[in-house]
Design a protein around this ligand. Structure first.
Ligand code: BG6
Length: 500
């Protein structure tokens, strides 16, 4: 698919996401000559700025992000694409003015228009309605696409209500629901690793796999986002979206093609096959906790309750873990353990696949006392790697073993990392929706977590805590099905736990 020139209209262009992700991603795309000739960007903001003030701001955003790689010539070309447009998204006149600007023949804006809504979800409905009322979604002279940031709803009901509003104004083909994890190179590599290599596919099922873990841990806290975070919590913020998405890629059947519908059909099948968690079983399947004060990387940090804009009696979780079963032929009986947390010991995202024990009769009466299971480790970030852990004989006269790891690098040293948003922003210009969420995916994901959220919402008296800088509460171990299962936090071979 080819990227077509377009006018990107960015709502929330002075906000945090724009500053740290969107503008730098567009700059990088321009630098790499990926933005088609004629691509322009209308930055919408409430502040009464003129073009020069906006460009000064934009320069700061880019300089802060790219540091010494800032290129004056690229920035000049990039800044010429911009038009700052003052507009309050709650005021109807702002939309009429936008329509006038877009249709102004002198401006020569491309009639392919992508609206990026980097705004509070509470405003989605109104913005869509007003854009529609001003005929800004009509596709007479070019395509119109809308990119919607997460969270898509607050629970199943609100997601369905939002979808109803969206479908009044847009067709599904016009909607790009973002989950930026799908733009990460290593997340896409899960598909290539699984479907381009024949070696593991025969083993990728309940006959050989003991359990699967998906971990996203962060050292940072809530970074000034108290108001949003306190109403969301880790389950909504990370698990319902990013972690469940990673899980679908690990668990899905091979799609017919990489085409959007084929891929998303298979992801939805996984989500629909996940065994529903009845309310009375929530505590056996989910665990939540909140960080207390502690030390992260040698620095003393506050507990969650001391953060700005967090009520002193909040029971919002900053750590969430859950156990899921996929009740299909491939996965029946294999637990998937998902966990995420803020202020943990280390920032990393990993998918760890633990294989079953081999029969150990052969090693009885030898020096081998202990043998690890095989693991496949997919490091998503910051370390991007694929490792397969195997048992080998230790050199020497005795029959003893050690774990060694086969390393299939994802990136060579001279290959630059590409931010997830670069990939996704370009896909919008190509009309490729394979890395965006279809509504039935979002809906199924809410169905999975809703019973947990509802139970937690009424249990407001107590929440377990963990010291900032730790790996979370020991008690989350209770989710494991077997004594031999435990959270895996490292990408290097672990000490042996299993006695022969
Ligand atoms: C966002 C969450 O969607 O993802 C944040 O709202 C979280 O709370 C972030 O920190 C993590 O993304 P990444 O790309 O930094 O792993």
């Amino acid at each position: 698919m080819n990227a077509e020139p377009c006018t990107y209209v960015i709502y929330g262009s002075t906000g945090n996401l724009s500053r740290i992700k969107l503008m730098p991603a567009l700059y990088h795309l321009d630098e790499a000559n990926h933005l088609p000739e004629g691509t322009r960007i209308i930055a919408i903001g409430r502040r009464p700025w003129d073009q020069a003030t906006w460009l000064k701001e934009l320069r700061e955003m880019i300089e802060q992000k790219v540091k010494s790689n800032f290129n004056e010539a690229v920035f000049k070309r990039f800044s010429e694409r911009f038009c700052y447009h003052r507009g309050d998204l709650h005021e109807a006149e702002a939309y009429a003015a936008l329509a006038e600007l877009i249709n102004d023949p002198e401006q020569q804006f491309s009639k392919n228009i992508a609206y990026y809504l980097s705004i509070s979800p509470a405003d989605f409905g109104q913005v869509l309605e007003l854009l529609s009322a001003n005929h800004l979604f009509e596709e007479e002279y070019g395509w119109r696409r809308v990119i919607i940031e997460k969270p898509f709803g607050y629970d199943l009901d609100s997601a369905q209500a939002l979808q109803k509003k969206i479908s009044l104004h847009l067709t599904e083909e016009q909607v790009y629901r973002i989950d930026h994890y799908l733009g990460k190179g290593m997340v896409q590599n899960v598909l290539v690793f699984r479907f381009a290599n024949v070696m593991l596919e025969p083993l990728w099922n309940r006959n050989y796999i003991d359990h699967i873990q998906i971990t996203h841990s962060e050292e940072i806290g809530i970074e000034g986002r108290g108001e949003y975070y306190n109403s969301a919590g880790a389950m909504r913020d990370m698990l319902q979206s990013h972690l469940l998405q990673m899980m679908t890629l690990v668990a899905m059947e091979p799609p017919v093609s990489m085409e959007a519908e084929a891929l998303r059909d298979e992801k939805v099948k996984v989500l629909k096959s996940i065994r529903p968690i009845p309310k009375e079983a929530v505590h056996g399947h989910a665990f939540r906790a909140q960080y207390a004060k502690g030390t992260v990387n040698g620095v003393k940090v506050n507990g969650y309750l001391q953060e700005d804009n967090v009520p002193p009696n909040s029971t919002t979780e900053t750590y969430a873990a859950m156990k899921l079963y996929v009740d299909n032929w491939r996965w029946r009986g294999v637990p998937f353990y998902l966990r995420t947390g803020k202020r943990l010991a280390k920032a990393q995202s990993t998918i760890s696949i633990c294989f079953r024990h081999p029969p150990l009769q052969f090693f009885r009466d030898t020096q081998v006392h202990c043998m690890n299971q095989n693991w496949v480790l997919l490091g998503i970030q910051p370390e991007e790697c694929i490792r397969i852990e195997m048992t080998v004989k230790e050199p020497g006269l005795e029959m003893s073993t050690r774990t060694t790891s086969l390393d299939a690098s994802f990136r060579n040293q001279n290959e630059k990392a590409i931010d997830a948003y670069e990939d996704l922003l370009l896909d919008v210009l190509k009309g490729d929706r394979s890395l965006f969420l279809r509504f039935d995916e979002v809906e199924s994901a809410w169905r999975i977590v809703d019973p947990i959220l509802q139970t937690w919402a009424i249990e407001r008296d107590y929440i377990a805590t963990y010291p900032a800088g730790s790996w979370g509460p020991e008690d989350s171990r209770r989710l494991f099905d077997k004594e031999s299962q435990a959270w895996r936090s490292s990408l290097t071979p672990e000490a042996c736990k299993y006695e022969v």
